[in-house]
Design a protein around this ligand. Structure first.
Ligand SMILES: [Zn+2]
Length: 161
């Protein structure tokens, strides 16, 4: 489905085709919590890079994780795009998987479908004050989940044909 999003001040707006639009994947890592996760986690969607249309691109900034030599190179090149005027974080892009961008569900203005179950990831890094609300069919992982965005949507019959 086509989804659109915007930053708080509205100078950056985007639209993108999202084959994986269900906001089911909650990431509790400290990076996600700090950039866009006031409740303790962010939710990343899966959308097609080649379909991304951006208004106000000149206002975008990118944040790369720290460049110390102990970090692996791939972590360093992944970047989070945010509005340089209002600071809203908009999407994550990792050139290791160039076909996908990952908009934060929190900046999407389109009504998103309600996920029948959710996946909670990076729980090893969850802040202690964040409650873990696990539904009956939810899955939990200390680090990365065992399903990709595509696999999750396919398993539940929610993949677009
Ligand atoms: Zn803005």
């Amino acid at each position: 489905m086509k989804i659109s999003g915007s930053c708080l001040c509205g100078v950056v707006r985007f639209a993108v085709e999202a084959p994986y639009p269900y906001p089911y994947l909650l990431c509790y890592c400290s990076i996600c919590r700090k950039v866009a996760g006031g409740g303790g986690y962010t939710i990343n969607l899966g959308a097609l890079t080649e379909s991304l249309e951006v208004d106000g691109e000149e206002h975008l900034s990118v944040y790369h994780l720290g460049g110390s030599e102990t970090n692996n190179e791939a972590r360093d090149i992944a970047g989070r795009r945010f509005c340089s005027k209002c600071g809203t974080h908009l999407w994550n892009y990792d050139p290791r998987w160039p076909e996908l961008v990952h908009p934060f569900a929190s900046v999407i203005d389109t009504d998103l479908p309600v996920p029948p179950e959710r996946t909670h990831m990076m729980l090893a890094f969850k802040a202690n004050w964040v409650p873990l609300a696990v539904g009956p069919n939810d899955k939990t992982f200390d680090e990365y989940p065992d399903e990709s965005l595509a696999t999750w949507h396919a398993r539940l019959g929610l993949a677009e044909s």
